[in-house]
Structure formats: C-alpha cells, structure tokens
Design a protein around this ligand. Sequence first.
Ligand code: 4AD
Ligand code: MG
Length: 432
Amino acid sequence: MEKKITISDLSDYVGQDVTLKGWLYNKRSSGKVKFLILRDGTGYLQCIVFKGNVSEDVFKVADSLTQEASFEITGKVKREERAVGGFELDATDVKLIGESHDFPITPKEHGVEFLIDNRHLWLRSKRQVSIMKIRHRIVKAIRDFFDEKGFTLFDPPIITPNACEGTSTLFELDYFDLGKGYLTQSGQLYAEAGALALGKVYTFGPTFRAEKSKTRRHLTEFWMVEPEMAFYDLNDDMDLAEEFLEYIVQTILKEKKEDLAILERDTSKLEKVVRPFPRVSYDDAVEILKNNGVDFEWGNDFGAADETIISNQFDRPVMVHRYPSEIKAFYMKRDPENPKVALAVDVLAPEGYGEIIGGSQREDDLNLLLERIKQHDLPQSFFEWYLDLRRYGSVPHSGFGLGLERTVSWICGLEHLREAIPFPRMIYRNTP
Ligand code: 4AD
Ligand code: MG
C-alpha cells in the first residue's frame, strides 16, 4: 500500500520529498511564484510552486487551481517558523484530482442562514474544522474519564415506550402493532437498571427533544453523556460532576491549544475551571436574583437571563442544588429534610452559557416513587420494570446528564449550538 503522509506528519520528513493530497484552501501569486495553501484535515501547508523548478505544464496546473479543488502535490519539506504550521513545501509536481468552480463559501462574510444551508461545505472552513476537532477531543476526554474510573459503557435504547423528561417534547412514531413509540429524551431510566447490575455505568448517545423554542441553546437532536452510580448520594454526584468538568476543560486547554487559538477563545476564563466549584442552593440562587433587582417568585424555574445573573457571580461553573420538586422530574428524590425540594443539581457554565449538566439523586423508595408517577399522570404499566428496580434490592443512587453540544459551545466560545454539531437539527431546520 502507498504510504499516506499528511500535513500533521511533516516533522518526520524535513528535508525529504513527500507527496500530499488535499484541497486548495487559498492561493496567492507573485510573478513567477504560486503560493498554494493546501489543507488536508490535519493542518494547513504553504506550498511554493516556483516557475523555474517545475515544467510548464505543472506550473499551468498550479495556476489553474481554484478554491477547494482537490490536488496532489510533491516536493521537499522545509522547516519555516513564519509559515502556518511551521513548514513549507518546495513543489516539484502538482496534479489536479477534482475541479471546483465557484465554491459557494468565499472568504467574504456570509449570512448564517446561507452558511447552514451549505453546512456540508461550511464544515471545510478553518473555524468549523477546529470546532469539530475540539468536539472529538471532548468526546474522548469524556470516555477516558469514565473508563479510567471503572464505569461500564451501557447503551440504552433509542426507541422507547414512554417519556423520561416530560411529555411536552416527545417525538412520536408508529411502532408496528404496538402503538406509539418515542425517540428517547434521555437514557437515564435504563442507566439506572445498568447501575443496579454493574455498579457504575454511563450512557453516551443521541437524545431527542421536540423543543418548540427557537433559542441558541436548544437542538432537537443532541448528544448526552449520562453517568449513573449505585450508592451515590447528591453530594457524591456533585463531587463527580465537578471533577468531570475540570478534567474535560483542563484536557482541552492542554491538548487543543492551536484550535482554541484559531477560534480566538479567551482561554484565561477556562483556566479558572478548577475544583472546588461553588455550590449554592436554589434558595440562595433566588436571593442572588433578588439582590440583582429581579422580581423572582420562589417555585419558578430559572430562565436563561436568570441563569446568566447567577453564574456571573462566580468565575467558574456553579452548582445549584435542591430545586422545588414541582418543577423537576418525577424520578428525583425529595429531600427528607425538606420535601418541598428535590435532591437535584444543575451545573451552570460561566460566561452566560447556562445549564450544561442536570442531575439528581433518584427516588429509591417504591411507594414514594409510585406516588410521584401518579402525580405526574404517567402510565404506571409502562413503568413496572422501572419500579422493579425498587422492588428488588433498591439502593440509593444518583447520576447526571451532560449536554455535549452545550459543552462544546462553551469551551469553544460559540454563539449558538448549531456550530457545535456537524449537522444541527432545530425546530425550523432538518437539512442538509
Ligand atoms: O437536564 P436534562 O433534561 O436532564 C436529563 O435528561 C436527565 N435525565 C439527566 C440525568 O440525570 N441522567 O438534560 C441534561 C442536559 C442539560 O443540562 C443540557 O446540557 C442538555 O442535556 N440538553 C440539551 N442540549 C441541547 N439541546 C436541548 N434541547 C437540550 N436539552 C437538554
Ligand atoms: Mg435540566
């Protein structure tokens, strides 16, 4: 097999002749020289095609290359500190692979709608490539974190017979003769079965919410990672969440410097993401709002603007715990010391990025859980298997869910979740 050399390999080939393949990112000319910027997904490389060094035909090929044309180029690798990536190529041969005429996305400014219409091509631009690389590294950090701590990856079903997170955001489908099925909103209920079988598990996959809101924080299809642990109470859950977030952010700071620089991310804000994170109760958070002139009534949920005011009090993620149980999911355990609140936690990211984690200690008492299912008007028959987890060796257990795109968006400093996933799905868009 032909040896495949990429731009990221070049430090091993200084002074040698190599052949690289990729696309034309940019081109400059000055008389007898063409400067071709090659991109291959691993980096960017300035290739110098000097008229005196190549045949007339090769020089013509170099001259004819247009934005995003694919080509093969051969030449000698030089170290060049001033060039992007630190290397340059003195070309001796250029071969066209695929033409590209009038590539729709040019260096000029485009409107966002135009860019998403062309998402399949927009993904080739420098910013988008860096975002996708950071997303990939975050996913790896997530998996490494749990794998190294003895968690077992546990894949829940995507087609489910009932709601997990409220019935207002369900995507419905016809399931043969069995009636309705729904796309999962969260793998949590199944993760609980996993935790009682394996101790510590995590789910990691796509989840779906028919969100009717058109905000920069909501997708209808997003990825969520959900650890679930037997014998963990709410405090243990918060300890794990904070260690987890610190690990992700510090790993990206260390390993993705170049991509963060391309995104012009202010990394001084991310450097502050170290334990311990502040922990405030919902009651304390309401006080913060009141002290900031917000007319807020106890019992309501926080809106995006409220979350920003609360998180602006701190320089790192803040964990808000013990929310009114009325506004939280049926499965959350009530605080035995104050049954009006649930043993829940939301982690709010700094810089106005809002809730990135939602979690709780789960109701482990059979009768209390039955009561909650009735109060929430949920069909008990669908939850019999879930109730079994409380019938056979019930234990205190807890978990949380981290939204991947919200995390990518925060770490990359994006304005909108749509850039944090390759092909975003939102209320008004399911193409390309
Ligand atoms: O707070 P949520 O709804 O919690 C759950 O689903 C629990 N079952 C998790 C658990 O305890 N295992 O969602 C968790 C996270 C949110 O904090 C947010 O980061 C993300 O999922 N999320 C969304 N991300 C993008 N678009 C949406 N529409 C989202 N809804 C939730
Ligand atoms: Mg939530």
